[in-house]
Design a protein around this ligand. Structure first.
Ligand code: FES
Length: 203
């Protein structure tokens, strides 16, 4: 228990350190629920003196959230929706590409969202050699590095996202493995959801 407490404290310290770093211009990308964790990162990096260009996206305007918060936390904000109901009609990657191709010096990209989105962002930034960090979300069980459930492959090396991450170099992540492991229990998840949906209310 003491070890877990001290690990948590170290994690907090590391997180504070990362948020106070000055990189220059940072592009923060949040997709879907990934907008929530990208918000404090954008805010911290802006407070540390970085120019923060944020790009947030969702399938549709009705599930997009925290636009105002992200506006405050950023030097510049772009919004995208897959169906065109708000902002740019398309994907966050369209804007990442546009910003990089505009000639703006981008020192770092941080992307959090669905794995397919993070893989796409990595695909856009890699040819330009822009350092890109993603926060991975594999299935986790014990969260202490012992069960192996959260294993990911980064640069050909097995890592445990719970203790080695969750942030990794996007250009080194094996997203195919990540996505296949995330889909491992889809039949059971569907069965549980169907059961819950069909169940009579307890009260
Ligand atoms: S969740 Fe068990 S090793 Fe990471």
């Amino acid at each position: 228990m003491r070890a877990i407490r001290s690990l948590t404290s170290q994690d907090r310290s590391d997180a504070r350190h990362r948020l106070s770093e000055r990189f220059g211009t940072v592009v923060c990308v949040g997709g879907g629920v990934g907008i929530a964790p990208i918000f404090p990162i954008a805010r911290g990096l802006k407070a540390a003196g970085n120019r923060v260009i944020s790009i947030i996206g969702a399938r549709s305007a009705d599930i997009l959230f925290w636009e105002e918060r992200m506006e405050e936390a950023s030097s510049e904000l772009y919004v995208t929706t897959d169906d065109g109901t708000k902002g740019h009609h398309g994907f966050v990657t369209d804007i990442v590409q546009k910003v990089i191709e505009s000639g703006e010096q981008v020192d770092r990209v941080i992307a959090i969202g669905p794995p397919v989105m993070m893989r796409a962002v990595a695909g856009v930034t890699k040819p330009f050699g822009v350092k890109t960090v993603v926060s991975l979300n594999p299935i986790m069980v014990d969260g202490t590095g012992m069960c192996g459930a959260c294993r990911v492959l980064v640069g050909g090396v097995t890592k445990f996202a719970c203790v080695d991450g969750p942030e990794f170099d996007a250009h080194e992540v094996d997203f195919t493995l990540l996505m296949s492991r995330l889909a491992m229990y889809l039949p059971e998840e569907k069965e549980a959801l169907d059961y819950e949906t069909a169940a009579e209310p307890m009260i």
